[in-house]
Structures are given as C-alpha cells and as structure tokens.
Design a protein around this ligand. Structure first.
Ligand code: CP
Length: 311
C-alpha cells in the first residue's frame, strides 16, 4: 500500500486494503513501540485547530512525539492570523513550508478539503463541523478490531446525536463497507441520521438499518453500543438543546440487559450520557478507545510520510 503524500479528508479516501494496512502498522507499533520511536526524526506535524479539542489534537501530538518528530501549531484560531482575516488557503500554503504533514480541525464543513487543494503536504481532517471525522474512525475501527476481533458481522447501535455527530457519520459510512454489519439507530426524531446517509445505507450499501427512539428495547441485540454526546455547540436554539440533552443516559442498571461481551464505545468527551458507574463495567471501552487513537494516528502519519516499516 502506498499512502505516502496522500490526504485523509473523508474515510472513503482510503480503500479497505489501505485501511487494513494502517491497522496492521498500528498493531505492529503497539507490539514494538521502541522500533518506531525515531522514525519521524526531523519531521514536523502542524496542528491547526480552529475548534476546541482534547483527544484529537493531543493524540496527534503524542503520536508525532512518540515517533521522534516535532509539532507546531495553534489550538485557538484567535491566536493565529485567522483572527486578522487570513483565509485557510493562504494559511495552508504557508504551513506547507513549515511542516511535513498537517491536521486541521475546523467548524466549517469542507474546510480541510479546501485546504488540501492548496497544500503541498498531506492534510488530515481532524473534524469539520457536523460532517466527518476520519481519524476518529481509524481509532474506532482499530478499537473494534482489537477488542471484538473483527470489523465485520457486528450489530452496531448508534445512540444520541446522529444528525450532527461527525464521528457517527464517518464510522457508519465506513462500517457499511465491511460485510454483514447491521445498524440500529437510536435518537430523538430531531436528531436522526441525515437523509443522505440513510439513503446511502439503504440503497447504495444495502445494509440493514432499524430506527428507534428507545435504547432499552434494542440494547440486548447489540454487539457494540456507540454512545454520543448531544452537542450543545451545534444547536441554533438553546431551548432545543435543553429539551434534548438528557434524551439518553446509559447506566450500569441499563447494561444488565446487554450482552456480556457488548462493547460500550464513545468518542468522548462525554457530558452525562454515560453515568460514571458504567466506567467500572468490563464492557466500557471508551478510555481504551482514546488510547488506541494514538496508535492509529502514529500509523497514519508514518504511512503518509512514507517512513517506518509500512505494513
Ligand atoms: N473524539 C474527539 O474528537 O475528541 P476531541 O473533541 O477532544 O478531540
């Protein structure tokens, strides 16, 4: 597989074989971290975060530092020249001279794609508005592979904000490319998966989907439950957010109906949609998931830079 120099804007930018090569490399890194500790020596990762982040930015930084590379960037657009009106095309042209690979998070859908058109270095979409979050998908798939054994043949429940949830959009699109996955979509009516994605799932990927507003009636049939936060920042109207924010709260009690080996995943941050008593349950996978995010991103950067022992 040759991913050297390639952008990752949408999870569909990589074939399943290319995704598999990233997971293989991530697993090799997990097994033998020392072997990969200097492969990015002399390389620089740029991090342009126009929207808040903990995991994505810091796991990318950790990934580069753990491979011996360096990091530069900003975590707040207000301290960059964006505050003076500079557009992303000019910013990325300049970054192309300062870094070897760049990750961009932006509140506007399509901003990383636009940046990639003006970039001489690989651009990674670190999340664009309510659109896509492909490196969260790499993280999620690596987690499923490591903890469930297979990315295929699972019944996956997505619960919460399926309308604006970019992690859901990227993951469901990608899981639908693997055989024999089924999806149960649990959301309030107002936060249903967008029409274009439901159309793609039903008519193009031809996968089975069930929609419901009631988590408790379906939890027993799930292999994976992917919980999501109701995202305050995506609502135009505070009253709607307040009305919907507590639609789903997973408790240890509710887990009693779930399979013994069901995974509870969440891209994090959580607010109150998973109660803290669930953290002690063996099925809670979300902190492990955040840890796998570092290895998935190490493998991605290494592949895009063409360094290390690419799988
Ligand atoms: N999962 C995720 O994208 O988290 P952050 O917003 O903290 O980066």
């Amino acid at each position: 597989m040759n991913l050297k120099g390639r952008h990752l804007i949408d999870p569909g930018d990589f074939s399943l074989l290319e995704l598999e090569s990233i997971f293989r490399l991530a697993e090799k890194i997990i097994e033998n971290k020392d072997e990969y500790s200097q492969i990015c020596k002399e390389k620089i990762l740029g991090t342009l975060f126009y929207e808040p982040s903990t995991r994505t930015r810091l796991s990318f930084e950790a990934a580069m530092l753990r491979m011996g590379g360096k990091v530069l960037g900003f975590s707040d657009a207000n301290v960059s020249s964006a505050a003076k009106g500079e557009n992303i095309a000019d910013t990325i042209r300049v970054l192309s001279a300062y870094a070897d690979v760049v990750v961009i998070r932006h509140p506007k859908e399509g901003a990383p794609r636009l940046a990639s058109k003006y970039s001489n270095i690989p651009v990674i979409n670190g999340g664009d508005g309510g659109h896509q979050h492909p490196t969260q998908t790499l993280t999620d798939l690596l987690t499923i592979k490591k903890l469930k054994g297979s990315i295929s043949g699972n019944t996956v429940g997505f619960c919460g904000d399926l309308k604006f949830g970019r992690t859901v959009h990227s993951l469901i699109k990608t899981l639908s490319r693997y055989p024999d996955n089924k999806f149960i979509l649990v959301s309030p009516e107002e936060l249903r998966l967008p029409d274009h994605l439901r159309h793609m799932l039903k008519n193009i990927a031809q996968v089975e989907i069930i929609e419901t507003e009631d988590l408790e009636t379906v939890i027993g049939s799930l292999d994976i439950l992917y919980m999501t936060r109701i995202q305050k920042e995506r609502f135009f109207n505070e009253a709607d957010y307040v009305r919907l924010k507590d639609s789903y709260i997973l408790t240890r009690n509710k887990l009693s109906e779930a399979k013994e080996d069901m995974l509870v995943m969440h891209p994090l941050p959580r607010v109150n949609e998973i109660s803290y008593d669930v953290d002690e349950d063996d099925r809670a996978a979300y902190f492990k998931q955040a840890e796998f995010g570092v290895y998935a991103r190490m493998a991605l950067i290494a592949a895009q830079l063409g360094v290390g022992n690419n799988a």
